[in-house]
Design a protein around this ligand. Structure first.
Ligand code: BG6
Length: 493
């Protein structure tokens, strides 16, 4: 763990990711005293600005200081740790200048050791020159650690990902590299391993003999809104399925690791990924939102090329060829501009043996990742009173109710802390990414029109549940809606 003499350098400090996620997460850690003592945070980007301007931008997403004097004080203290350097990404001289700035800070250290953490909140176009320039000009060799945190997109398909990763690898060792998938920092995603392996009752039912189908769902109630330029080049599959949802699937299905060490966990993740064949076209449903209820359609976004057929919704069914999971469909689905904000895992168990019960609802275990974190098990119980009917009800662990005092950390807070501690278990290893791309590359090439006509996504209205074909799609893979509408009591909210 890094304690003293640490500088965190945020590259791309004037961009969206830094402003919305990285810097607020650093502040979150700072105010809870999780950052190393006397830490310094250095912003770096092309934009020329002075410290006052940078401080303002860096803290613009931190809310509540006006009403909370304690927070305001902490924010002032945080600003003391910030400095800013402007410079280009491609030229060595700019990085020399950055290095001088860092050495200036380090000259006050009592010991020679210094640690530098480089956080790249940058577009992929400058990834390679930046990783090289940092290594050539800003890498410390007089004791202490250098670490680099990078974030998707890691390429667009297997080939481009391999070339990107191998360039980074020329300069940075696996041990120094932290590849973020921020879903791995989410509390409920981290909870999956505990739910599975610390509960014999759940663990016992976790296989093809008991589970009929699994859905991992990501829903956002807004469209690309100005981010269309980036999005159109990637599409929802690269944006969400290939990384965030596949990571959740991996943790949900991997075998029990020998220990909680990073390599033991990631070895198991890789094993299950290797058992997943590339997705079939016939197991895929694509959609694109159109204008409805006064909300703009995807093509109405000025940053989107006219006539784009980029999917903003996708459902893909994956299969795992191993003894635990053979035959169980895993449906990953994600969409922009849907009817609600929700990310959840829904495990639907098989029917009980018929006979004494007919048409009885199936058990479902739902892990709600966000918002309003919860784990609930839908189960049948006897209707209270002088009846013998079974009724679907639930065992409910809603975090807000059960852990009233707990503050759930932001994913980025938890991951930056891991990187400071040198713990790789919630970061993506290079071989994991390689297998992840193998699973998705063929359908991505099909969607991009590399082997012929590009498939046209089905249209769905902004604010709807997705393409109308979705109901049939999930039913085709065995999902059964309860006969009796499941009633979720209002007190849960
Ligand atoms: C990002 C995607 O990786 O994840 C975005 O690029 C998406 O399109 C975001 O909105 C969702 O993250 P979260 O933490 O809000 O669920």
């Amino acid at each position: 763990e890094l304690k003293d003499n640490t500088i965190i350098i945020v590259l791309g400090a004037s961009g969206d990711l830094a402003k919305k996620k990285t810097l607020p997460a650093l502040f979150g850690l700072f105010r809870q005293n999780f950052l190393p003592r006397d830490v310094k945070i250095v912003g770096y980007a092309r934009t020329k600005m002075d410290k006052v301007e940078f401080d303002k931008r860096a803290t613009s997403y931190i809310k509540g200081a006006d009403e909370n004097p304690e927070l305001a004080n902490q924010l002032e203290a945080f600003k003391q740790s910030l400095t800013y350097v402007s410079g280009g990404y491609e030229d060595g001289e700019s990085f020399e200048k950055l290095n001088e700035h860092l050495e200036g800070i380090e000259s006050s250290y009592k010991s020679k050791e210094c640690n530098r953490i480089f956080y790249l909140a940058l577009p992929p176009s400058v990834f390679i020159p930046v990783t090289k320039n940092i290594k050539d000009h800003c890498y410390v060799t007089r004791g202490g650690k250098n670490r680099i945190i990078i974030e998707k997109p890691f390429g667009k398909d297997l080939e481009s990902a391999r070339s990107l990763l191998s360039s980074v690898k020329q300069y940075w060792s696996e041990d120094e590299t932290f590849r973020i998938d921020h879903y791995l920092g989410k509390e409920m995603v981290k909870n999956i391993l505990v739910l599975r392996f610390a509960n014999i009752a759940l663990g016992a039912a976790w296989d093809k003999n008991h589970i009929s189908n699994v859905q991992i769902t990501f829903k956002e109630p807004f469209g690309t809104e100005g981010r269309g330029g980036y999005f159109d080049e990637f599409g929802i599959i690269r944006d969400v399925l290939q990384n965030h949802l596949l990571q959740v699937l991996t943790i949900l299905t991997m075998e029990r690791p020998v220990s909680f060490s990073a390599e033991d966990i990631r070895d198991e993740k890789v094993k299950v990924l290797r058992a997943i064949p590339p997705i079939e076209k016939t197991d895929t449903l694509l959609g694109q939102y159109v204008s409805a209820n006064g909300k703009p359609g995807y093509l109405d976004d000025d940053t989107v090329p006219p006539n784009s057929i980029c999917p903003t919704f996708a459902a893909c069914t994956l299969w795992i060829h191993n003894p635990r999971w053979e035959g169980v469909p895993f449906i990953l689905k994600a969409g922009k501009a849907l009817n609600e904000a929700k990310v959840e895992v829904r495990i639907q168990f098989k029917d009980v043996t018929q006979g004494i019960f007919k048409d009885i609802a199936r058990n479902e275990l739902v892990i709600r990742i966000q918002p309003n974190e919860a784990v609930y098990l839908k189960l049948n119980s006897k209707t209270p009173g002088l009846y013998t009917r079974a009724i679907p009800t639930e065992m409910d662990l809603t975090y807000k109710r059960r852990f009233t005092e707990a503050k759930i950390p932001e994913a980025y807070e938890s991951l930056i802390l891991d990187a400071l501690r040198g713990d790789h278990s919630n970061f993506v290893r290079h071989d994991e990414l390689d297998y992840a791309w193998k699973i998705f590359t063929p359908i991505l090439h099909w969607i991009d029109g590399q082997n012929g006509v590009r498939p046209k996504p089905s249209q769905y209205p902004y604010g709807s549940r997705g393409p109308k074909e979705l109901t049939h799609f999930v039913e085709k893979f065995g999902y059964k809606r309860a006969v009796e509408a499941y009633f979720w009591p209002v007190t849960n909210m």
